[in-house]
Design a protein around this ligand. Structure first.
Ligand code: AMP
Length: 129
């Protein structure tokens, strides 16, 4: 199993934001902003565009609900969505609260947060989901 499959299975700890039978959402540990969340399918697929058509559609609907929860918990202009996948070989969507376009620059320095801060952020998103 890859690292994100282990996270979705609960074998590796994560700051869970939301889950369904097919998808799992958790905080990125190197966040661009408070509320930066990853959405993954439980099924092991490396490349996002190798997902089945229906899977992409269902994942988008799940990500939409997560994005609404993020925006409710962390007021922002919009929640941005990005797919990179160069680091971890398990398809995932980044959801990032944005105030400006520059907030989506993945070369930006990442926030350093304590475990307590991560847990509080995840709890706020779970409450709104
Ligand atoms: P990329 O594959 O380029 O989209 O980047 C992978 C993202 O996953 C990075 O933003 C990492 O900070 C994040 N990441 C890697 N391992 C973990 C983990 N164990 N828990 C949460 N986020 C992670």
């Amino acid at each position: 199993m890859d690292i994100f499959s282990k996270i979705a299975a609960g074998e590796i700890p994560s700051y869970k934001c939301a889950e369904s039978d097919k998808f799992y959402a958790f905080l990125d540990i190197n966040p661009l902003a408070k509320g930066h969340t990853l959405v993954i399918p439980r099924r092991e697929v490396d490349y996002y565009f190798d997902l089945e058509d229906g899977e992409i559609a269902e994942m988008a609907v799940f990500a939409k609900k997560v994005a609404k929860a993020i925006k409710a918990a962390f007021p922002c202009r919009k929640v941005g969505m990005a797919v990179l996948g160069l680091e971890v070989a398990h398809a995932h969507i980044h959801l990032v609260p944005m105030q400006t376009e520059g907030d989506m620059n993945f070369a930006n320095p990442k926030l350093k947060l304590s475990p307590e801060e991560f847990e509080e952020i995840a709890r706020k998103i779970r409450e709104k989901f």
